[in-house]
Write a protein that binds this ligand. Structure first.
Ligand code: 0XW
Ligand code: MG
Length: 367
């Protein structure tokens, strides 16, 4: 099997409903699609969709520019030889983690299709199917947030992520207290600030809520700030945005800074890198989620396939943007949340089928 062409598509993903967090509100983000074609006529799909240029450093323009470098370097390679693909991309450019991740996902899709296996089965088998997920309670008032939390628990959700930050911490504390009062036995709550608090604010919020059962996700902007805050927090600390490599994650675990992670496949290098992080977390009894920033059925399927192979006792869920999407690429098997869980797509590779021409004409092609 040899790669003969790499096609890149761009698609705006209109929002079915609003979504906010401390760093920015999400507004119709642009997703970048990678389609890898082989001499055996197999097609592999990859995707990366930042929520916008504010919550993370990469954006559609930088990703598509990176793919202009990476595309030609892939031609002639066997996509099943993931280590050699990795060598080709890392010897082409130092950065470009997002674009490299989308390529990695497409290669895993091709490998599954070549061998007739689902990606989760290539990764060792599904330990969960359907896969657990978590649902976001956006930044809002105490009453609205508590009502939504109630409704989500009524719908079967057992993991809730409450957004915070971007306002006075007294407002965050009031919402945290109101939502916590609704949390039922067996339901986990974590407060995700998306880097919105200073070290002092994180400590103040945690101290003020010390009697409440919750975890705190990415309270401060940087790894260093989170490490400084950690000994003063009264709650487990989950790292997300600053957990940007296996090395950082190993350090965070080894030094006791992180009690868990909110992971993004395309921040760390795709499915291959997330497999290593999964295994490190299992070896150290560290919980992790398996997410990505945004995107459609391709990135959702990648998150669900890897999420299915997490140790169920350590899974913080696989988040997908399905509730905010107006349509699925694959209306039949595109991943969707039902009663708080997500079924693993059934077919080989990612397990989804995308209608011919769905993404229009490619914005670039490399062969
Ligand atoms: C909930 N997410 C996975 C979706 C948005 O990109 C933010 C992110 C998070 O964990 O904050
Ligand atoms: Mg997060």
């Amino acid at each position: 099997m040899k790669i003969t062409e790499v096609r890149v598509y761009s698609k705006q993903l209109p929002m079915a409903s609003g979504y906010n967090m401390s760093s920015a509100a999400v507004g119709d983000p642009e997703t970048t699609i990678v389609q890898i074609v082989t001499n055996t006529a197999h097609i592999g799909w990859g995707e990366i969709c930042p929520t916008g240029p504010l919550p993370q450093s990469e954006h559609a323009g930088s990703i598509q520019a990176d793919l202009a470098l990476l595309g030609p370097a892939l031609i002639g390679l066997d996509p099943r030889r993931l280590g050699l693909v990795h060598d080709a991309t890392t010897s082409t450019m130092d950065g470009g983690h997002g674009a490299k991740s989308a390529v990695d996902i497409a290669c895993w899709d091709l490998m599954g299709k070549a061998y007739g296996e689902r990606i989760c089965d290539l990764l060792g088998g599904a330990r969960m199917d359907p896969v657990s997920t978590y649902y976001v309670v956006p930044i809002g008032t105490p009453d609205d947030s508590a009502t939504l939390a109630q409704n989500l628990q009524n719908a079967g959700h057992t993991k809730l992520q409450l957004k915070a930050g971007g306002r006075h911490i007294d407002q965050d504390i009031a919402v945290i207290q109101a939502v916590t009062e609704t949390i039922r036995p067996g339901v986990d709550l974590f407060v995700d600030c998306n880097r919105g608090w200073t070290v002092g604010e994180a400590i103040q919020v945690s101290q003020a809520c010390a009697h409440l059962k919750l975890a705190i996700e990415q309270p401060c902007a940087t790894y260093a700030e989170c490490a400084i805050a950690r000994p003063h927090l009264r709650h487990p600390l989950l790292l997300d945005e600053c957990a940007d490599s296996l090395a950082t994650i190993a350090t965070a675990i080894g030094t006791g800074v992180a009690d868990g992670f909110g992971m993004k496949l395309t921040r760390v290098g795709g499915i291959s890198a997330m497999r290593a992080i999964r295994d490190l977390c299992e070896a150290t009894n560290t919980p992790t989620s398996c997410d990505d920033s945004w995107g459609g059925d391709i990135i959702a399927a990648a998150c669900v396939h890897v999420g299915a192979t997490l140790n169920p006792n350590l899974s913080r869920g696989a988040w997908i943007s399905d509730p905010y999407q107006v349509a699925h690429y694959d209306e039949k098997h595109g991943p969707r949340i039902v009663n708080g869980t997500i079924a693993v797509p059934p077919g080989p590779g990612l397990g989804i089928t995308i209608p011919s021409g769905y993404f229009g004409s490619p914005i670039a092609s490399y062969s």
